[in-house]
Design a binder for this molecule. Sequence first.
Ligand code: NAD
Ligand code: AKB
Length: 325
Amino acid sequence: MPRGKIQRILVTGSSGQIGTELVVELRERYGSDNVIASDLRPEQEGNEGGPFEQTDVRDAERLREIIRRHDVDTVVHMAAILSAKGEREPLLAWDVNVRGLLNTLELARELKLTQVLCPSSIAVFGEGCPTENTPQETVLKPATMYGVTKVAGELLCDYYARRFGVDARGLRYPGIVSSEALPGGGTTDYAVEIFYKAIEDGRYTCFLREDTRLPMMYMPDCIKATIQLMEADADGLRHHGDFNVASMSFTPEELANAIRRHLPDFEITYEPDYRQEIAESWPSSIDDSAAREEWGWEPNYDLDAMAADMLEKLRARHEAGALYK
Ligand code: NAD
Ligand code: AKB
């Protein structure tokens, strides 16, 4: 059993791209009844394998009530508004991302929770930082409201750790590619959509330019990194809410070529929109040596392994008439 002091976990934003798969894996490891899923959206079909609470993370009273009633000791805080949606609704992004995390950290302090894990993002980077192999410690001047909220989130995690001894942890995920739940309003979403369209139509119109290189990660590695950091010995951690994690970087053209190795007739065209500017403010690759040194991070998937697995899974669903779940 991998558990240490973690016994009962609340996952906020559990119906999202990452939460959907994380809840399944956490229930495997910790037991179905010990992982409470929660989201603003009502419970989704297929996610009924354990307790679910519909809630808004901006509502601290409701969060307190859920944490107490379920005897939760650890919160994995996935509820957020991502970059593209956040540029359309910046005040909503600030409110959900910062107030939601602050509520969670305050409850962790008040109720003496074991741990809070809140993901950060490569969106914390912006003007003035090196764009290749971006270091762990560098200038953080994001160009988006989403990035501003993620920098604030990292600082809040560090503050609650230093000031109140809350065990607050987080990783700067790159763009996540996955086969189970669709992404929810980010700039890296193209790297998921492209696979669905390749299977469905044999062609895709990409909203980023062909040479836009971004750091990316396949969902099995994202889940592995998240759980590895949750379960890492606190004594070995010098960082808290801001670990760079990397596995691969690619451009839309390189991703299209990886898909063509399986579907030679696949066609891609480019119509960059407002998300191009967001992507251009982010690094093309990041240095994750702190995560490797402090908690043994190592990814399993590269571009070709990810493309093969995505296409196999989506093709099987398409043939069964259930590409979109
Ligand atoms: P997502 O958009 O797919 O899911 C977020 C979930 O939060 C949604 O189900 C949504 O309904 C829920 N939510 C929104 N507002 C809420 C509120 N007020 N109260 C409760 N729930 C609310 O996002 P995701 O991709 O699963 O991301 C999870 C975390 O990982 C976020 O913190 C995100 O910033 C971070 N992250 C994701 C990626 C990625 O590529 N997916 C990359 C970097 C960081
Ligand atoms: C987004 O594109 O907003 C996310 C992220 C990199 O944080 N996928």
